[in-house]
Design a protein around this ligand. Structure first.
Ligand SMILES: [Zn+2]
Length: 333
């Protein structure tokens, strides 16, 4: 495989077949968890579509003008649309502006391409606006969307796209790639493979920034400590979220705790499985002790509570109230 995309070999083969056979569709939707490689795969596909000197059909050279500009995300025929940041809303103006550009003739490539990232963040007006492009495509344009899953979009959108559903890599396989490409120790590679839950993009980000991995583990450790903290300590932790600017901080904590409670659920439900695919390998001993004290049902409930909180957070709820409510409902272990 020459696109240098980690995992997703079947998807790479399928997209190359589309190019080689002259069968590319007007619109593609890449779905999967953040960090799984949706954007990376879409960009490799666009390179293969735009390359001026492909070594063979469906491949790209990496050194022509189009390939180089795409690597820098600065191609005159590529338009990227996304919200201001994760958890924000993608608005109709962004869609309209890109639609306007899509209607013009390509300058340097066979097509103009719009790449909308995290399209589940598009509000209903923005999604409806994009429908027009899907229903009446301009001939020299391509549309690529990424989203966490197709059910987060209007069914009329996903049904008009070729949906490429990306799945996590096997943890051992991801660790192998990290070990060989980044000269990592096996134990470090396994740590990141587990922490990323098999998402290669996220694992590579952590490999490039070791402090970031440590920071995430310390958020998980705080979560572990809060499980045995009293009400007063829990209120004190929640008080830090008075300020609305802390919304991204709370979102990140909740996302780390999702992984933490998934680990506890897995350990409490799996018994003595030799190598359970938990996220936080270095907290394994502590987590096993906690899992033995708790009940899978309690962990499952906490996890769905956290999921609900993330939804509320996106709907602009009062941060401190949310945090208090969650912390007081955490199990006492
Ligand atoms: Zn090229």
């Amino acid at each position: 495989m020459s696109w240098d995309v980690w995992g997703h070999e079947w998807a790479e083969a399928l997209l190359k077949k589309h190019i080689a056979g002259g069968l590319t569709r007007h619109a593609y939707l890449f779905t999967g968890a953040p960090g799984i490689g949706r954007r990376t795969l879409a960009l490799a596909f666009i390179k293969a579509l735009y390359c001026q000197d492909p070594p063979e059909p469906g491949e790209f050279c990496g050194s022509c003008r189009n390939c180089k500009q795409l690597s820098k995300l600065q191609h005159t025929d590529l338009f990227i649309g996304q919200s201001a940041g994760q958890g924000e809303t993608l608005k109709i103006d962004t869609v309209r502006e890109i639609q306007h550009n899509l209607n013009m003739q390509p300058y340097a490539a066979p097509w103009r391409t719009a790449l909308f990232l995290r399209f589940e963040e598009a509000n209903i007006n923005a999604q409806n606006a994009l429908l027009k492009t899907l229903e009446e495509p301009t001939p020299l344009s391509k549309l690529m969307l990424t989203a966490s899953n197709e059910n987060a979009l209007l069914p009329t959108i996903s049904s008009r796209c070729e949906v490429i559903r990306l799945r996590p890599m096997a943890l051992n396989e991801l660790a192998d790639r990290l070990e060989s490409s980044r000269m990592m120790l096996r134990s470090d590679a396994l740590r990141l493979a587990h922490m990323s839950a098999g998402r290669p993009g996220y694992a590579l980000r952590l490999a490039d920034d070791p402090d970031e991995a440590d920071r995430i583990v310390s958020i998980a450790s705080d979560g572990v400590e809060l499980l045995s903290a009293d009400t007063l300590q829990r209120f004190a932790y929640a008080a830090a979220f008075k300020d609305v600017k802390k919304r991204p901080v709370l979102r990140e904590i909740l996302q780390v705790w999702q992984s933490l409670f998934r680990d506890l659920l897995l350990l409490s439900a799996s018994g003595q499985e030799a190598d359970p695919p938990i996220s936080f390998l270095e907290l394994k001993d502590e987590l096993e002790k906690l899992a033995a004290k708790g009940d899978p049902e309690v962990f499952r409930k906490t996890l769905s509570e956290i999921n609900r909180m993330i939804t509320y957070l996106n709907a602009n709820a009062n941060l401190q109230l949310l945090a208090e409510n969650l912390l007081l409902n955490l199990p006492n272990l």
